[in-house]
Design a protein around this ligand. Structure first.
Ligand code: PEP
Length: 252
């Protein structure tokens, strides 16, 4: 059975000290009132990974980076490799977030390298896809998103593909307070699952967790997660407050 996953994406927020406090608070509340069948992940800045891993029970709360380098190692000043992320004890890497695609020019080609390195290092990619507003308004969002997958993770072997978590994040809903309706989310998640079944097979499609991301909060999580093809969420702003994050985790 596929897993329910709620992953936080802290983005470029929190100092190390604030991040450790947040992580400890999340870990404590998950221990006290978290749903045991939900996989909880916190996507922290690179600088926080080691300390956060040391500060929480990683069996209860997994730790993720928000990116990794497209090269294994070498003369790439400022980059952090997948092997480095792995060496901190983190287990996940968020890849292909729309902010990275938009502000840092990440292409499908770059993402293919990052996905490969992440998998080689035994890390789980949380692979983001999603359409901008003009594509949604033109009604071509399905083609757009499936194409993002075709250009990247659909070329993996079925065994590798099964290690991936997908996050569908309509760009117009990220950080805008404008959430996709439950129908819009379910429709796209089903389209993605159908495309996986066509590319691989129905059993693979049934195993993949597809998360929704985009202004998900304690008020709307319940309705979004009630959809049969929505297997959890990738949470930005609301993951920065432990109480809000736990409410989303417990929205199932
Ligand atoms: C995100 O950045 O992945 C995200 C979903 O952000 P927010 O929840 O703030 O919209």
């Amino acid at each position: 059975m596929r897993k329910k996953v709620v992953a936080g994406n802290w983005k470029c927020n929190t100092t190390l000290q604030e991040g450790v406090e947040l992580a400890k608070a999340v870990d404590k509340i998950v221990a006290e009132k978290g749903a045991s069948d939900v996989v909880v992940v916190m996507g922290t800045p690179f600088t926080h990974l080691t300390k956060v891993v040391e500060s929480v029970n990683t069996k209860r709360v997994g730790v993720s980076s928000q990116n990794c380098a497209a090269e294994a190692k070498g003369a790439f000043t400022g980059e952090v490799s997948a092997a480095m992320v792995k060496s901190t004890g983190a287990e996940y890497v968020i890849l292909g977030h729309s902010e990275r695609r938009e502000y840092y020019g990440e292409t499908s080609e770059t993402l293919n390298k990052k996905v490969a390195l992440t998998l080689e290092n035994g890390l789980t990619p949380i692979y983001c896809c999603g359409e901008p507003l003009e594509i949604r308004e033109a009604g071509t969002q399905k083609e757009y998103v499936i194409n993002q997958l075709k250009e990247t993770i659909f070329s993996l072997s079925a065994d590798d593909f099964k290690k991936i978590i997908i996050a569908y994040e309509p760009i117009w809903a990220i950080g805008t307070g404008k959430t996709a309706t439950t129908e819009q989310a379910q429709e796209m998640h089903k389209d993605i699952r159908d495309a996986i079944a066509a590319q691989f097979d129905a059993a693979v499609a049934d195993e993949i967790s597809i998360l929704y991301g985009g202004s998900c909060n304690p008020k709307n999580a319940n309705e979004l997660f009630a959809n049969p093809d929505v297997d959890g969420g990738l949470i930005g702003g609301a993951s920065l407050k432990a109480e809000d994050f736990i409410e989303i985790i417990n929205a199932y």
